[in-house]
Design a binder for this molecule. Structure first.
Ligand code: SF4
Length: 219
């Protein structure tokens, strides 16, 4: 008969959700430090680096749009944009959508700088690459769910993910590629879900809720 071992860890472990949250905080800190180092290396503040990265990904944006994307105040954006104009990294031009507003746009110099600060650190890419395919897929699904939840509670700005996109058709097909992107009219699997897609267009609230229901509970 086998020896009965004490269930020490059943009684002496932090709940798993808390341990995952602690792990995410450590990862977030590591990512932030890397981003700061990259920005600092180019003579930029962290916010200036984030502005360049966002403009590079999305094209010209207004100050309010940058404030919304980065989750920082309009005053902080204005101050950083002024510094970036002085460095010759961005220019302001009239916003055709709003006669009295301006759009902030990268200059060729700003585009080159953006490329440098948006490169993902090798250490992080290789750490994620060391996970098995199954682990990566489960991680991606978890990340999508956590980001959506934080967006709904207003803790992070809107991220351009498939699950909030008007082109996303969850569980539209049988088989290994169950989802569908109506923008490119192609099927996709869970491992193809995008976290920051250039073609993303935010769906109306009712569509987002319906898509999420069909995504997590296929009919
Ligand atoms: S356009 Fe992009 S975000 Fe939208 S469903 Fe297609 S891949 Fe996903």
């Amino acid at each position: 008969m086998g020896r009965s071992l004490p269930l020490f860890f059943e009684e002496n472990s932090e709940p798993i959700d808390r341990r995952i949250a602690v792990g995410l905080r450590k990862l977030g800190l590591a990512m932030k430090l890397q981003a700061w180092e990259q920005a600092n290396h180019e003579g930029l503040s962290p916010t200036q680096g984030q502005i360049l990265a966002t403009l590079s990904l999305e094209g010209p944006l207004s100050g309010s749009e940058l404030s919304q994307r980065l989750g920082v105040t309009l005053a902080t954006i204005s101050e950083s944009v002024r510094a970036l104009v002085d460095k010759g990294a961005v220019v302001k031009r009239p916003d055709p959508r709003h006669p009295r507003a301006s759009l902030i746009e990268l200059t060729p110099q700003g585009r080159a700088l953006a490329q440098k600060v948006t490169t993902l650190p090798d250490a992080i890419v290789s750490a994620v690459g060391a996970l098995s395919t199954l682990e990566q897929e489960a991680f991606l699904a978890g990340v999508v769910k956590i980001i959506r939840s934080l967006q709904l509670s207003g803790h992070i700005p809107v991220s351009r993910m498939c699950v909030t996109c008007k082109y996303f058709r969850p569980n539209a097909h049988e088989g290994a590629l169950p989802h569908h992107c109506a923008f490119v009219d192609a099927p996709m699997a869970g491992r193809h879900l995008r976290i920051d897609c250039g073609e993303h267009e935010q769906a109306e609230e009712a569509q987002r809720e319906d898509a999420w229901r069909r995504f997590v509970q296929p009919e």
